[in-house]
Design a protein around this ligand. Structure first.
Ligand code: SF4
Ligand code: FES
Length: 206
């Protein structure tokens, strides 16, 4: 399970399992598992009441340790730990009648769609007089590599996060007031880059 799972929904499934599996021999388990399931079910479906969380904990306390077999404990313990560790998610369901995780998930989906649209935009760049087209978000060093142009570098690695502290990859960019690190400079449309000009070479030497 990861952070994309709704803990209320998970507890509803678990509680239903124990409610169904209870053989009914002990009263706390027979009655309590049904109460647990029904309360979690109504919270999950937007009908939770403010007092439900405390009531759930109290019912779980009254089942644990009071039954013949371990099913009673197994039904009670998840209720206690879920509410202890994820109380805010349960509270959000009660207060807003909707899922906190579902909301976060749809926001993430929207952000992904937006960034996907932005990434699908292609940009033209000229490096040392040669033109190429790269997706939005491409760094100058990667665009140069596509063209077979080597830019000296030390701290850059495509699989690591950008540090941009060795300054070996400095290049000249038209209209930029100072040399820019190719590993940390994203391509912009129509950008002109010079990797071997005197200005660039001098910057790379430091
Ligand atoms: S605790 Fe075990 S024996 Fe008791 S009702 Fe539940 S399942 Fe049956
Ligand atoms: S490779 Fe080190 S700053 Fe770019």
């Amino acid at each position: 399970m990861d952070e994309t799972r709704c803990m209320v929904k998970c507890l509803e499934r678990l509680s239903y399992f124990y409610y169904e599996e209870s053989c009914g021999q002990c009263t706390p388990c027979r009655e309590g598992t049904g109460w647990l399931y029904r309360m979690v079910h109504r919270i999950e479906h937007g009908q939770g009441r403010q007092e439900d969380l405390d009531k759930l904990l109290s019912v779980a306390d009254n089942i644990a340790g009071r039954t013949i077999c371990a099913l009673g404990d197994a039904a009670a313990l998840p209720v206690k730990s879920f509410i202890t560790h994820f109380r805010d998610e349960f509270q959000h369901h009660i207060d807003h009648k909707r899922c906190l995780v579902g909301l976060a998930r749809s926001r993430r989906r929207r952000a992904r769609r937006r960034s996907g649209a932005a990434m699908s935009q292609m940009l033209k760049v000229e490096i040392d007089g040669r033109e190429t087209t790269v997706p939005n978000g491409t760094m100058v060093i990667e665009a140069a590599k596509d063209l077979g142009i080597f830019i000296p570098h030390f701290c850059y690695h495509p699989k690591l996060s950008i540090a941009a502290n060795c300054r070996m990859c400095l290049v000249q960019v038209e209209k930029a007031p100072k040399p820019l690190p190719a590993c940390a400079t994203p391509v912009t449309d129509g950008m002109k880059v010079f990797t071997r000009s005197d200005y660039a070479k001098q910057a790379q030497r430091g």
